[in-house]
Design a protein around this ligand. Sequence first.
Ligand code: TYD
Length: 195
Amino acid sequence: MYIVLEGIDGSGKSTQTKFLKKWMQNMGLNVELIAEPTTSPVGQLIRELLLNPHTDKPDFQKKLGLLFAADRLFLKDKLNSLENDKIILSDRSYYSSLVYQEPKEWICSLNRYAKKPDLIILLDVDEKTAMKRCKGTDGFENEAFLKNTRQKYLDLAKKEKMVIVDATAGIRLVQYNLKRVLASQLGLCVSSITQ
Ligand code: TYD
């Protein structure tokens, strides 16, 4: 099973994916945690570019779109080889490209061989809360950008049947809600989940 967490920067994806991995392991499940961009050579190039983003250059998002799609193809082999033995839990996926890069039709076409997740969870957070959370770590984020990105995610969530989890609640409540969503998907006993 391939499960993906999506959301804007500051939504808590990396904290929550790490938490969920531990929880699933405690439930006796075999889990592999991955993240996009990956650690492949293409993923490393992406991270370098993101450190000094040329967001004002018209083709920058197109170049990133190509690189993310290539990085994802490297990942696909790994996903296919792991999928039968493990639950794969991913911090971001193809849907991040659909939200962050453009033009949309081209991004769709570039990613047409990307692996489709079995479950997509959108950690939804408003831009003000996200700003507070990523202050000092993501200098280029600004409120208007986060607001716009959040809206794109919410629009996509409807089309792609994402499960939306409110990420503005306290961390323990968010974790509880995430466990409930996963338990029902994984066939675990929902009543055994404590907050
Ligand atoms: P992020 O999840 O913030 O990683 P980290 O916590 O390690 O910094 O992802 C890095 C950035 O990459 C984030 O701002 C969103 C962007 N991104 C895209 O623009 N397109 C994509 O397809 C993906 C996967 C990420």
